[in-house]
Ligand binder design. Structure first.
Ligand code: NI
Ligand code: MN
Length: 227
């Protein structure tokens, strides 16, 4: 069984293959996630999609407390290793690697990527995670792109995390097109409501997906769902 916990914005914890994986930690500087304590988030592997502050804010803190392994693009692992992060695994777009919990493939996202201090952070990415139990796609911050069709052709997905907040990423309507392109009927929405620029009407988002026969799940911060 796979357990998914929402920690706000684009940060999700996964319990998969007996390990705890955390995507894009941004808790300390997210006022909406003030109920979340980083020390209580189990994290063996930290997967980071790109270098923007709302995705890397708590990388060092999480890694320090939980001795997590950072899995990200080469530039991001280099950046944090120079800051003293001990465990990391560099990858790049198109590459796959097998870990204790399953395989990770780093896939393209259409977005920019630099650190808050201006350092180049490589290419923005998404991840496909697979093991015997589950196959899922974490899109990161991305625009709608025809590459998603390729993902739908090559990979059977049980579940996908897609940004839906617009302005910086896909909005609800592009995310519906993305869900069709990746051929996935169960979507967890992310990257909405954290800032005024990306506020959405959640109920109409759920209805718009439902009209196309797709389930949009919008967990509350701190909520755990089993899959
Ligand atoms: Ni971003
Ligand atoms: Mn972002």
């Amino acid at each position: 069984m796979v357990k998914i916990t929402f920690y706000g914005h684009a940060c999700f914890g996964l319990h998969m293959g007996g390990k705890n994986i955390l995507f894009d930690p941004f808790i300390t500087d997210n006022p909406k996630a003030s109920s979340i304590m980083i020390k209580d988030i189990p994290c063996d592997y930290l997967l980071v999609s790109h270098g923007h502050g709302d995705h890397i804010g708590d990388v060092e803190l999480v890694a320090q407390i939980h001795h997590s392994m950072l899995v990200s693009c080469f530039e991001i692992t280099q950046y944090f290793s120079k800051k003293g992060l001990a465990y990391y695994h560099p990858m790049n777009i198109g590459g796959s690697k097998s870990f204790e919990f399953g395989t990770v493939k780093m896939v393209k996202a259409v977005h920019s990527s630099s650190f808050p201090d201006g350092t180049y952070a490589g290419e923005a990415a998404g991840f496909v995670l697979q093991n015997e139990e589950v196959s899922l796609y974490y899109a990161g911050d991305t625009a709608l792109t025809k590459d998603m069709e390729l993902l739908g052709e090559t990979t059977v997905l049980d579940l996908a995390f897609l940004p839906i907040g617009g302005n910086f990423t896909m909005d609800v309507f592009d995310a519906i097109k993305a869900a069709k392109m990746i051929r996935c009927k169960k979507i967890i929405g992310m990257h909405y409501d954290t800032f005024p620029y990306i506020e959405i009407d959640k109920q109409s988002a759920i209805e718009a997906f439902a009209k196309e026969g797709i389930t949009l799940i919008l967990p509350t911060i701190g909520e755990t769902i089993e899959f």
